[in-house]
Ligand binder design. Sequence first.
Ligand code: BEZ
Length: 215
Amino acid sequence: MSKKYSMPRIGDKAPNFKAQTTKGPIELENFAKDKWIVLFSHPADFTPVCTTEMTGFATRKPEFDALNTELLGLSIDSIHSHLAWVNNVREKTGVYFDFPIIADLDMKVSKKYGMLQPNEHETAAVRAVFFIDPTKKIRLVMYYPLNVGRNMDEIIRVLEGLQISDEFKVALPLNWKKGDKVIVPPPANLDEMNERISNDSYVDKVDFYLMKKSI
Ligand code: BEZ
């Protein structure tokens, strides 16, 4: 039987950790209290899929900045390996991974976050993404296997979705993207039901429990 490690779930407090990164030592609890964090793991430095993904995070970093979000990478590699890879990618492609990457050689963070999934690989982290809100609560989790790269548009879409759903207290339909209409939350009582029926500003009304509005 293979080892099982904990997997934090949506709604859980993000497990705290201290770690060495390419930008120096960090502790999750000490990240700014008003920032979102996208914590993501990759299986190994100097591998092709990981290089495309990290390049995606680096080139789209201005969009994460605009969404008030810190990027935090991780793999079970040494700081020396991370530094050599960051420098190599910069030399070969001009892209600079200008965000901290955790050197999780003792696998402490990987195990806390269920990034080590031994039936996929005993010693390399899977491709995980944790969306952590400013209260340090986990709001969305993605796990991808070693051989399938993630989709940066989807990572940014769900981050925007989480922030918009918090701000406007709405839900988001299938394939929602920024600028689309949002779902008016279903009513919780008769007054809310009657308001939804009579309010002509709501659109795409199917019935009192399914309608949309612009924000
Ligand atoms: C890659 O990033 O290309 C990769 C890493 C580990 C296993 C398979 C692929």
